[in-house]
Design a protein around this ligand. Structure first.
Ligand code: ZN
Length: 340
């Protein structure tokens, strides 16, 4: 009851990559890099376990960015052909690789890192993959006629990968789809279908993470433009509720999302974002508990998990550590109050 998990990413230690920066290049190379990434996974598993997090992740310590980690070894992508595009609904510019041919998966992408992570924790393990629509928003297309076709091609490859990771012992596969909050018409036309294709036939728990982005400036400005109530979820949740996806990770802490929208997800498990990743201030356990208790007005305790609003990759390491502890402590408070 009221289990805890994080959205996915955690800061890289400063010896592994430049801190507080998205797309930060590695500071190690070759074999040293792999060992360094493994060490970083171990330290974050320990931090999560010590804090009391129930469903742990490897903090995405083995990828430079949450989207490009999966794309790196695929055939059909030209990494030298960098195209500058405005992404996430024209919010900011990114240099992205270009799809120039049919997409193919040449072998396992994340198998080694999942086997390593699985071997070092007995807790439930969640693994995050980028959702097909968010991938399409983070890459240039010169091959597929329609973005929807490219999304389905990525969905097929994600499904192949996810099936392999389930065999490696993953308990939850989560697809990260921040783009769902931006391109509401595309979600209805092809985004949901692609997400369902990606998660089809998986025997572990399936999840989707839909947020308002990392706590970077471009996102903070965007949120200011969204008005007094953020109702994007209202369009998406009814579709998700009819899908086979079992868990939905959503943003609630310091956000203008009306909690009443949770009622649209009638039987999904809700990963309630009770940690604001756009602020360096560490929440008190009492604040975390208040957010979770607000969610409990719309879903029973068996359906509510405590989570972070989004990934914590761009935060300073001590801040992320403090927020993990606050999350676990806040959920514990709620459990105690329910039990008495
Ligand atoms: Zn997010």
């Amino acid at each position: 009851m009221i289990e805890t998990t994080i959205a996915g990413s955690l800061p890289k230690p400063s010896w592994l990559a430049e801190p507080e920066k998205l797309w930060a290049p590695w500071r190690l190379k070759g074999e040293e890099l792999v060992r360094g990434q493994e060490d970083a996974v171990l330290l974050w598993l320990k931090e999560q376990e010590d804090a009391g997090i129930d469903v742990v992740t490897n903090g995405e310590q083995m990828r430079t960015h949450f989207v490009h980690g999966f794309l790196a070894p695929l055939a059909g992508i030209d990494w030298d052909k960098k195209t500058s595009i405005r992404i996430r609904g024209n919010r900011y510019e990114a240099e992205v690789p270009t799809v120039t041919g049919p997409l193919r998966r040449m072998g396992s992408v994340h198998g080694d890192e999942v086997r390593f992570t699985r071997a070092h924790t007995a807790r439930k393990l969640k693994f995050t993959l980028p959702g097909p629509m968010t991938i399409c928003d983070t890459i240039a297309n010169e091959h597929y006629e329609r973005r929807a076709d490219m999304a389905m091609a990525f969905a097929d490859l994600l499904n192949q990968e996810a099936r392999e990771l389930v065999d490696c012992g993953v308990d939850v596969i989560q697809f990260d789809e921040p783009a769902f909050n931006i391109y509401l018409d595309d979600v209805k036309e092809w985004g949901m279908a692609a997400l369902q294709r990606a998660s089809e036939g998986l025997t572990c728990k399936t999840a989707v993470h839909i947020c308002y982005g990392y706590g970077i400036d471009a996102n903070i400005q965007w949120k200011k433009s969204l008005g007094s109530e953020w109702r994007q979820y209202e369009e998406i949740f009814p579709l998700l509720d009819r899908s086979a996806i079992e868990q939905v990770s959503l943003e609630c802490a310091s956000s203008r999302v009306p909690m009443s929208l949770l009622a649209l997800l009638k039987d999904k498990e809700l990963m309630v974002g009770a940690i604001d990743v756009a602020s360096h201030r560490i929440e008190s356990p009492e604040e975390v508990a208040a957010t979770l208790e607000a969610a409990l007005q719309f879903a029973g305790p068996e359906r509510v998990l405590g989570c972070t609003n989004c990934g914590m990759a761009p935060l300073p390491r001590p801040v992320a550590r403090g927020k993990i502890r606050a999350l676990a402590a806040g959920a514990q408070l709620v459990r105690q109050r329910i039990a008495t």
